[in-house]
Design a protein around this ligand. Sequence first.
Ligand SMILES: [Zn+2]
Length: 263
Amino acid sequence: MSQDSIGSLPIMTLTFISNVIRSAAESGWHNVDVGGLMKNETGLTTVVVNRHRARGLAECRYGGDLQYRHMIYIGVGSGIAAGLYIDRQLLSGPRGGAGEIGHTTVEPDGPLCPCGNHGCLQLLSAGPAIEQEYRKTIRQSNHTQSFTDRGIDLQLVKAQDVCAAAENGDDLAIGVVKKAADYLGIAMANLLNTFNPEAIILGGFVPNASSLFVETAMKTMRQRAMHPLSSETVVMTSRFKEIGGALGAANFALDKYISLSFF
Ligand SMILES: [Zn+2]
């Protein structure tokens, strides 16, 4: 089962062995046996996988560039998580938490995260961070009145709106998108140096809404990662949108019960 089928909660850490969500701090879920609940309701064997890691599995096996066997998928939406793929197999870790880059530190004295850490990546680079930073920037620049005059409630501005404004040349929006993307680029450089992937795929509604976000993150990654590694790593956006989660989750379930070899 993909998290797609239970909504869009930014679930942090999943245990695949028992299908228990160990911690989803933003939603207050701790040790919730989602797999057991679903099995009781449906009578079907159930597996649980984080939505971003499921989407990455689909990109890894059916995406546009199948020549890459060692890849990283990074989903940037309401939260941030990655999937790590070696020989097109998802690296889960013993508790299913491999790839929780959204809760890695990119700003030591940054804001307090619900996970208990300070300066987590997703607090500075995900969709809600872009929205909050844009509101703050608008207020500080005294542009609030122009929004009100146009009948726009600044509190309702979404990350996609900020990305669209940046694509249309809004200087304040451009600054906000670049700042968020810079933080992601730092995390990408660290991942690149650690795993030396052939490709990094960016998915989720933020990269899909902003080429500026993707280009800025890639530029920062190349500046900060070891050059011999970064120069040969391809960065691209995801091929699949929402269907990718279901496709990847089905693959994940097959992996658990049927041994398949890919390519
Ligand atoms: Zn955190």
